[in-house]
Ligand binder design. Structure first.
Ligand code: 4AD
Ligand code: MG
Length: 458
């Protein structure tokens, strides 16, 4: 904390209180300090004045608190420095904590001293409306805004809920590499990079194939890291770099995966409701939609999902008639999920539109034992997963059929040579899940620095 001197030529010493020996109190801990004098360290969020009174609002990353400065309660220097201070100036404020029901957050600070660490001028993001492109260009600053702050706090809780849930359920974290020798999820969305000695490497699309190896070593595993898709699509659901959590279980089937999906998503929603009530309020989230996320979730065969689309077409609610065998587009997913107020698990898609590693339905070989979990409210697919093929011969055929280089998969095929068992798992995109929890339009706001088709900066 404050044992290191932060003094620099631009530091203004405005009170006898010097920075380095003041203990820091955080705004979200003020309730434990009512009546005490504390030091807050943060940034100026807003400043109002009225005669001999100043009302600086300070934010410190944990919250925002209104401070009250009486001209006669502070030195002349402090008054003068605070008076004209610009938004997002860095400062420490010392004062007495007072409980006040009318104050946002329930507390105010009666100021006795302050120290300006850096005076900022002309902060580019003002309370007026800015366009999305402007805000995305200033993402490094936009993160400080209330709404963005709330969204990323929800993301934090989603990640924490995911880890706590899997850890408590006997899963072992075994992370997968980012540089990989071949495609996992189709060759059309691969990012190629130059590796040493004229070799090509690809940024991982999914850690799944490695999960299958670690699952045979540990039983139940998960990997959790950044994944990459060279998606040329400019939709509200697609990033080129996103974080995926992927659990994988040995001795498990498609049904086991669907059971896990239910418990997993219900747990995330419950944790977000419990730990992020304030943020959900800031985001004006209809929390009844999150309260509805409890098992069991409806399970819908692909054939029946297609029937729903056909009925929609007959009613004039879906423009074109969906062809059996195709993959669902965003409007199809939205229509199917609009029939339910819970996530719906669509299973047994045509194998032809799914990845090479999917196990087949023994009763209908043209169907893959895969599942997509479609979130309600138009959020679309948040989870994709299923049961993996176990036969060496079958996988060899599939690798050839998908025109994948067999030599890059020899290690993977070893898993079918040595102790091959039914196994299954899924992947969930953290950003899609967070957007759904927050009830926001676009995934770009759910990651600190989004990477998209036309966005590599900041
Ligand atoms: O359905 P996907 O492609 O499945 C896999 O990669 C499997 N190998 C996972 C597994 O079984 N271990 O991707 C899984 C999830 C999607 O449901 C979605 O939530 C997210 O990853 N996702 C994306 N999120 C943001 N931007 C993109 N471009 C995404 N592509 C997939
Ligand atoms: Mg998918």
């Amino acid at each position: 904390m404050g044992d290191r001197k932060l003094h620099s030529p631009i530091t203004h010493h405005l009170s006898l209180i010097t920075y380095h020996f003041m203990e820091q109190t955080y705004i979200n801990q003020l309730s434990a300090h009512v009546g005490e004098e504390v030091t807050l360290k943060g940034w100026l969020y807003n400043l109002r004045s009225s005669g001999k009174l100043l009302f600086p609002q300070l934010r410190d990353g944990t919250g925002v608190v209104q401070c009250v400065v009486f001209k006669k309660a502070v030195s002349e220097e402090v008054w003068e420095a605070l008076k004209g201070l610009g938004q997002e100036s860095a400062l420490t404020i010392r004062g007495t904590v007072r409980a006040d029901e009318r104050a946002p957050g329930g507390f105010e600070l009666d100021v006795v001293g302050a120290e300006v660490i850096q005076a900022a001028h002309d902060y580019p993001i003002s309370p007026k409306e800015h366009g999305t492109e402007f805000l995305m260009d200033h993402r490094h600053l936009w993160l400080r805004s209330r709404r963005q702050h709330a969204i990323l706090k929800v993301r934090h809780t989603v990640v924490k809920a995911v880890r706590d849930f899997l850890d408590a359920d006997n899963f072992t974290l075994a992370d997968a590499p980012v540089f990989t020798p071949a495609a996992c999820e189709g060759t059309t969305t691969l990012f190629e990079v130059d590796y040493f000695d004229d070799q090509k490497a690809y940024l991982t699309q999914s850690g799944q194939l490695y999960n299958e190896a670690t699952a045979a070593a540990f039983g139940k595993v998960y990997c959790f890291g950044p994944t990459f898709r060279a998606e040329k699509s400019k939709t509200r659901r697609h990033l080129t770099e996103f974080w995926m959590v992927e659990p994988e279980m040995a001795y498990a089937t498609l049904d086991d995966v669907m059971n896990l999906c239910e418990r997993f998503l219900a747990n995330i929603a419950a944790r977000v409701l419990e730990d992020r009530a304030e943020e959900l309020k800031i985001l004006e989230r209809d929390t009844s939609r999150l309260e509805a996320i409890v098992p069991p979730f409806p399970r819908l065969h692909y054939d029946d999902a297609v029937k729903i689309l056909h009925e929609g077409h007959e009613r004039g609610e879906m423009e074109s008639r969906f062809e059996w065998g195709g993959d669902f587009g965003a409007p199809d997913e939205t229509y199917i999920s609009s029939k339910y107020d819970k996530p719906v698990m669509v299973h047994r898609y045509p194998a032809a539109i799914k990845a090479f590693y999917m196990a087949r339905d023994l009763e209908r070989a043209e169907l893959a034992l895969g599942v997509d979990v479609l979130a309600p409210e138009g959020y679309g697919e948040v989870i994709g997963g299923g049961e993996r093929a176990t036969s060496l011969e079958f996988l060899r055929e599939q690798i050839a059929l998908h025109q994948l280089p067999e030599e890059a998969f020899d290690w993977y095929l070893d898993l079918r040579r040595y102790g091959s068992v039914p196994h299954a798992g899924f992947g969930m995109g953290i950003e899609r899940c967070t957007a759904w929890m927050c009830g926001i339009e676009h995934v770009r706001e759910t990651i600190p620095f989004p990477r998209m088709l036309y966005r590599l900066k900041p």
